[in-house]
Design a protein around this ligand. Structure first.
Ligand SMILES: [Zn+2]
Length: 305
């Protein structure tokens, strides 16, 4: 069934587990995620960035995700990193049950004002809103924050921001980065900062840039020709700590991209005579499903649907 992110995240924070939010761009990703959710009996957030909406088309995405949400698994349809108010409005009008407004690169007052606008639109549609305070380093579709300019979330400001905007969930910056190259040197999250934020801010917290960059998946990709160099992700132990201290939504994009890349490379490499796209896509789908299932176990969302 299609639900809001609020409906999924409030119990998650209370019971100390996190709901995985997977970025999807097409049917292959969506089917892998849904098959994992059904197998693990996990609630799931299916999210599309502005880049995904441009790539696949809003109507196609909405139609596909609606079908995915027809079964028993609670599914939220969410706009990830919405920066363009027009796109967010269009998505809410088209049936998204949740949207993120990312005003983290804006001056504080403007971030508040635009988030309030999105909250107003979402309320009228019965949808929920994720907002962001503090910038997350790295690169996501259309969002580029230089690592040196990234600033971590200030706990007192996060409280003020959550109160002023009325957002349903808050994305915070505690040291994660988007992409496959998250850390140079230090690999730990700022858990002390998270504890302080969680003490003040009672809405569910969201962790972006939280892929693990799984070693075995990277190995398969590299074995078949990928050059990923020093790709490094967030440690499972840090993810567990983050969930313990209030993180209830964890975004995973890079790990599915890596699984897809590894599976495709393997298929093309090992089946040189095959031209059936379904056969070529199969290892990628299976690997994406496997990775999604591992996240549901790690986050404690398995068995919660
Ligand atoms: Zn993000």
């Amino acid at each position: 069934m299609l639900v809001t992110t609020k409906k999924l995240l409030v119990p998650a924070r209370a019971k100390k587990y996190a709901v995985p939010a997977f970025n999807v761009n097409d049917l292959e990703f969506l089917k892998a995620v849904m098959s994992a959710a059904e197998k693990m009996k996990s609630p799931v957030i299916v999210q599309t960035s502005e880049g995904a909406i441009e790539y696949a088309g809003l109507d196609y995405l909405v139609a596909m995700i609606r079908v995915a949400a027809k079964g028993k698994i609670p599914v939220a349809m969410h706009v990830d990193h919405g920066k363009d108010l027009k796109t967010i409005k269009a998505a809410l009008d088209a049936g998204y049950s949740s949207a993120m407004f990312d005003g983290s690169s804006l001056p504080y007052a403007e971030n508040v004002k635009k988030t309030q606008q999105v909250v107003k639109w979402a309320r009228a549609k019965g949808a929920s809103v994720e907002a962001e305070i503090g910038a997350i380093a790295g690169i996501e579709d259309f969002v580029s924050v230089e690592e040196k300019d990234a600033h971590l979330t200030n706990p007192a400001q996060a409280l003020e921001f959550a109160k002023e905007t009325g957002c349903d969930a808050l994305a915070i910056a505690i040291g994660t980065a988007h992409g496959a190259y998250k850390f140079k040197g230090k690999t730990h999250l700022d858990i002390d900062r998270l504890k302080k934020i969680a003490k003040l801010v009672k809405v569910p917290l969201v962790l972006h840039g939280a892929s693990g960059v799984l070693e075995d998946v990277v190995k398969i990709a590299e074995h078949h020709g990928a050059k990923l160099g020093s790709a490094r992700g967030v440690l499972d132990s840090d993810i567990k700590q983050a969930i313990k201290y209030g993180v209830a939504k964890i975004n995973i994009d890079t790990d599915l991209r890596l699984a897809f890349t590894a599976g495709i490379r393997e298929a093309v490499d090992e089946m040189p005579k095959v031209i059936d796209p379904r056969k070529l896509m199969e290892p990628a789908n299976l690997l994406m499903r496997e990775v999604a299932m591992r996240k549901m176990k790690l986050f404690g969302s398995a068995g919660r649907a």
